[in-house]
Design a protein around this ligand. Sequence first.
Ligand code: PLP
Length: 344
Amino acid sequence: MMIIDLRSDTVTKPSQAMKQYMLEAELGDDVYSDDPTVNLLESTVAEHFGYESALYCASGTMTNQIAIKTHTIPGDEVICDITSHVYNYEGGGIAFNSGVQVRPIWGMDGKITASQIEAQIQPAIINLPKTALVSLENTLNKAGGNYYSLAEIAPIAELCKKYQLPLHLDGARIFNALIETKDEAKDYSKYFDSISICFSKGLGAPIGSVLVGSQEFIAKARRYRRLFGGGMRQAGVIAAGALYALKNNVDRLAEDHRRAKKIGACLADCSFVKKLIPVHTNIVIFELKDEVLSEVFLASLKKEGIIANTMGKQTIRFVTHLDFSDEMLEKLVITLNKISNLED
Ligand SMILES: *Cc1c(COP(=O)(O)O)cnc(C)c1O
């Protein structure tokens, strides 16, 4: 049976061509900054987003956590939306790695505004934690792949400059946002002090994320990568996958968005759906009606070879990706309609 894996866009496997490219990569010891493939990936990504420097890491959690560590000292506070990945899905890493606490804000569909942030910036009084960082996410995972345009980010960046607060972006799916907004990648450097970019999501590389920033910031971050045990040796063998993805798999993200929107359109007519978050990019999130238990729903999908995750008790998430084809889409739509008719 054809397995349709919609748990995440991290489930993609490197294609034959990507693996060939990885096999042929020139290698060296990256702790000595001697790996030409890692160096090429870092300089390419830095240039692409308009930054001086970049750092290749094992995961998006690592690039986010190193960024937060580099921007803060223990006792500081970071402001982010309450649904943020850095707050919810990194194992409490902000507290563990940086000794920093979070001041979460309830955003609108995951998006927070400059005035909301300004209201949470702590005055410089010794009793209060020191606001040290603002962190945004683009696209927004828990908010159904919703995204910010740079026009929406500009006032937030301006506020951060006014208060001399660094602004970090968890850009795990920044390329998905760029596909929809048509913003220039390079313009991101006007607004953010650092960005974490994943290559093992929709871009289809097996491993790795890149952190971009100023030369000074990345030099400090490189030290923390070592400290966190993330200094890799012949890392070019995996970095090559990211380089290949950058060359070949960016434009095709539009296909994932097209398919996700089709799934959304199908779900809008399904009897078992209580609430569907509008589909913006490659993430489809919907809530099941109370009488349709999520375990039962997921089991009916599984019988057809379709696997998905819950995001909370009755909330289901489908993520489209490189290895999700039109044929799979068709099978999914047929299955959803079938379940819908049974529930009617
Ligand atoms: C996937 C993801 C990350 C990084 O997760 P890793 O599993 O560590 O690669 C960070 N932020 C968001 C929003 C993500 O979806």
